[in-house]
Design a binder for this molecule. Sequence first.
Ligand SMILES: [Zn+2]
Length: 397
Amino acid sequence: MKNFDPAVATAQWLATLSPQETARAVAYTHGSHWLILWSFLVSALVAWIIVRTGLLVAIRSRIERRRRRPLMASFAVALVYSVMSWVLTLPWSIYESWYREKQYGLSSQALGGWLGEAAIGAAISVVVTALLLVAIYALIRRARKLWWAWASGVTAAFIVIGLVISPLVIEPIFNTYTPAPNGPVRDAVVALAKQTGTPSDKIFIYDGSKQSDRYTANVSGLFGTARVAMSDTMFKQNADLAEVRGVVGHEMGHYVHAHVLWMVGVLVLLSALAFWLTDRLYPLAHRLLRADRVGDIADPAGLPVLALVLAFLGVLATPVFATMTRTMEEDADQFSLVHANEPDGLAKALIKTAEYRAPSPSAVEEFLFYDHPSVENRVRRAMEWKATHSPGQPPRP
Ligand SMILES: [Zn+2]
């Protein structure tokens, strides 16, 4: 295209954000980086408190003394630990996930609604975590030296099962999913689905505005349960078809390129590494927490020690996770440009995500923390695409 400068066009898109909006996004994003550290300190404090109560040691000894049932001991300890840890962390969670989101105008959910959903989520996670921990402690006892490798396999199985059943069992608890209603939006999405090889019967809209005002869509599920779901925030104003195609084209990229399977593969390797490191770091954390009455890593009462090490490794892994997802997000953008060919539609949608992800971070900040490429980089790539490709004819049925 003649006389079209991608750099100028990118700057124009970014200028559609007011200086106040940009400043608020920067404050929110920088604050979110710091939250990683504060959250780790909170989990360290919680681990310390739980060790101090001596409750887990008491439960473990009681069950083991009466009847030697290590599986039951680890299950009971894991349940009690998960509940205690959730309750002790709750004030922080309320600040981090509810109050702060409201403060920045990103959510309008009432505290009661948020708490209800958080409690349901916690109940599910407490049971699943307890089952996973029973398996992990059994592996530590049996496969002593190589437990970390086996444990990563079991974790992968839990993740895959979770991904498969999530759209069927978990997501409907929190939101109502309905097939996208008939009309131009649905027609455009179905046409794009046929073109890209995405199942066109699996395009859903959910009431995401209940929890968050974020302009967002996602692909969830795995194998037969995979589906594209768009938050109703995308349809608050009159839907712009170019924008919908740009966004949905991106989500279809995740689906067609099987990003979730790549992610599972990386998670298996990372969890093996994390468990191996946990095995090595456990004695150090044990000393730091002064967990004198707790045994070695095979002792389920040492769960707070184990959790502390894993939380620490989680902080260190932030750039690894960020880079993994950022790479896939860039790939999905590219997919959208190739198949939907809506650089302006995509840019328009991307600008809206700048309210919770500051658009122009430094390269270092983007590398360390950004799980999506920065809006500036994404819009620039869209504009570079626009400069070298003629506008497509959106297929209109
Ligand atoms: Zn994406």
